[in-house]
Design a protein around this ligand. Structure first.
Ligand code: GAR
Length: 215
């Protein structure tokens, strides 16, 4: 692992991964399915969610992974909540923070706590269709190909340096749910592959570009 300036931040043999998720958690499930594989190089050590009823919580419990619920309703304001998320994540001493269906924006103050170490998976080919409705927006635009993107998180909404992408065709009869399900199949594989590569080969962010495997 490397900081934005390229200096190693962790020399652990297995990278500690904290997942942030708001929903069903199929991406978390894919990481949990991969992290016992010999040589994967990363292990999910904690889940943080903003939703007390997130399906991801059940998955974490089932896998014996510690979790924390940091719900906005329990905080005075957005800044307080954001600090709470940072505290909850920091408890797990992460080498890498993975936003896997985490449907809230985190502040620059949060990102500064984990510099160059927060990645997000998004269900569209960024920079097209950022935001909370990437699948719906792509369908509404009538694109014939969309996909998924894993990128390093910066202060913008889905604007950070791109690490990996996979294209997924839009089929004539697709509705949002059908297209999203097809994207998620590709997305899970891409996320697992990218997290493993980051853990094994390092991540360098310089000049707005992110490279896995540059040492
Ligand atoms: C994923 O498709 C992820 O890319 C998307 O939510 C889904 C979560 O699925 N995230 C966003 O749209 C963020 N803008 P999951 O809960 O089954 O992992």
């Amino acid at each position: 692992m490397h900081t934005p300036s390229g200096h190693p931040v962790a020399a652990t043999s297995v990278a500690r991964v904290v997942v942030l998720a708001s929903g069903a958690g199929s991406n978390l499930a894919a990481l949990l399915a991969a992290h016992d594989s010999p040589g994967f190089g990363a292990r999910v050590v904690g889940l943080v969610t903003d939703k007390p009823d997130a399906g991801a919580l059940d998955l974490a419990r089932g896998a014996g992974i510690a979790s924390a619920v940091v719900a906005p309703a329990d905080f005075a304001d957005r800044a307080d909540w954001d600090r709470g998320v940072g505290e909850a994540v920091a408890v797990f001493r992460p080498d890498l923070v993975v936003l896997a269906g985490f449907m809230r924006i985190l502040s620059p103050a949060f990102l500064d706590r984990f510099p160059g170490r927060v990645v997000n998976t998004h269900p569209a080919l960024l920079p097209a269709f950022p935001g909370a409705h990437g699948v719906r927006d792509a369908l509404a635009h009538g694109v014939k190909v969309t996909g998924c993107t894993v990128h390093v998180v910066d202060a913008g909404v889905d604007t950070g340096p791109i690490l990996a992408q996979v294209a997924v065709p839009v089929l004539p009869d697709d509705d949002e749910a059908a297209l999203h399900e097809r994207i998620k199949v590709a997305e899970r594989a891409l996320l697992v592959e990218t997290v493993g590569r980051i853990a094994r080969e390092g991540l360098t962010v310089t000049g707005g570009r992110a490279v896995v495997g540059a040492h």
